[in-house]
Design a protein around this ligand. Structure first.
Ligand code: NAD
Length: 333
């Protein structure tokens, strides 16, 4: 099948070209992000492949459908960037990669926790500068601390196993509790999780219900000096509210792999430019904030699995007109 790949990076090209030797699709790699302005590049392609920051709102989907696109193959697990109602009305099938490596994301989450706790990001610079002072670097034992996990799906459960391994107590919240997580931690309501956790880690999808789940009301319920880690989706956190909580000391550590306005920033080299996002720039000034640019998924294993499942989804659609990894509006109700 002819597939137009938006937001292609050199690593996408490498992993998809390798995996495609098994599938034989006609892949056309496009560097541009999918937006209203670039949607015309999909003309003549029955399938497009998109990533997390491609725009798949109703306007873009209408243009794609008019140009003959039938399949939107997401090379991601999350699908919050797609207007699924519009896609269904237009007869566009949306498919995704539901799981490619929950380990990759959970292990990166642990990395953020440990780096923030033990100030590894600051120690790196200090030692390179010949400054071996330990002043300001006191951390805490993870063992015995209470970690609150919001969202006990695939990534949340791997996170719980890792944290059990280092002796943390685990509280969790999920509107759909599951048996495996019950063995790994204790389900509580959200206010209890906010009040009792030393560390809070977000592993739920971005939906209208979870948008700004960490807002000023939630922050006010938390322990003084709480650590918050978000490797899920940026808009789970109200950025302005958390900046105020860092300034007041209510939030003692913040680790982010995602940011609510990341579309204009992440996955690009902007090192020679002035960052226009003042809230993001303010976050960068805090010594107790550590940000990575949406790289939690970025392992060899995950990239291989993403490419393989995406191409397999396209083959399944081509052969049967449907796909086991379809995304429907039922999934957001
Ligand atoms: P999953 O579908 O296996 O688990 C999500 C869990 O969240 C489910 O158990 C669901 O019931 C729960 N949930 C739904 N609504 C909730 C709510 N209101 N409050 C609390 N929990 C709620 O998904 P997953 O594979 O574990 O991925 C989780 C999220 O991680 C994805 O949605 C995506 O946004 C993010 N992610 C980030 C990266 C990255 O590179 N940073 C990579 C992959 C996934």
């Amino acid at each position: 099948m002819k597939v137009a790949f938006f937001s292609t990076k050199p690593y996408d090209r490498r992993f998809f070209t390798e995996a495609n030797s098994k599938y034989g699709h006609e892949l056309h790699f496009i560097e541009a992000r999918l937006t209203q302005n670039t949607s015309a590049l999909a003309a003549g392609y029955p399938a497009i492949c998109a990533f997390v920051n491609d725009e798949l709102d109703a306007g873009v989907l209408i243009r794609l459908a008019k140009q003959g696109v039938k399949l939107i193959a997401l090379r991601s697990a999350g699908f919050n960037n797609v207007d699924l109602t519009a896609a269904e009305e237009l007869g566009l099938m949306v498919v995704r990669v539901p799981a490619y490596s929950p380990y990759a994301v959970a292990e990166h989450t642990l990395g953020l926790m440990l780096a923030l706790n033990r100030k590894i990001h600051r120690a790196y610079n200090r030692v390179r500068d010949g400054n071996f002072s330990l002043e300001g670097f006191v951390g805490f034992d993870m063992r015995g601390k209470t970690v609150g996990i919001i969202g006990t799906g695939k990534i949340g459960r791997v996170m719980m196993k890792i944290l059990n391994g280092i002796g943390c107590h685990i509280l969790c919240y999920d509107p759909y509790p599951n048996d495996e997580a019950k063995q790994l931690g204790t389900y509580v309501d959200l206010p209890t999780l906010f009040q009792k956790s030393d560390i809070i880690s977000l592993h739920c999808p971005l939906t209208p219900e979870t948008h700004h789940i960490i807002n000023s009301r939630a922050l006010a319920q938390m322990k003084q000096g709480v650590m918050i880690i978000n490797t899920s989706r940026g808009a789970l956190i109200d950025t302005h509210a958390i900046i105020e909580s860092i300034k007041s000391g209510q939030v003692g550590y913040l680790g982010l792999d995602v940011y609510e306005e990341e579309d204009d920033l992440f996955f690009k080299d902007l090192s020679g430019q002035v960052i226009q996002d003042d809230a993001f720039s303010r976050l960068l000034t805090f010594p107790n904030v550590l940000i990575t640019g949406h790289q939690a998924f970025f392992t060899e294993e995950a990239l291989h699995n993403i490419a393989d499942t995406t191409l397999s989804n396209i083959t399944e659609f081509e052969q049967s007109g449907t796909c086991k990894n379809i995304v429907t509006t039922e999934m957001i109700r």
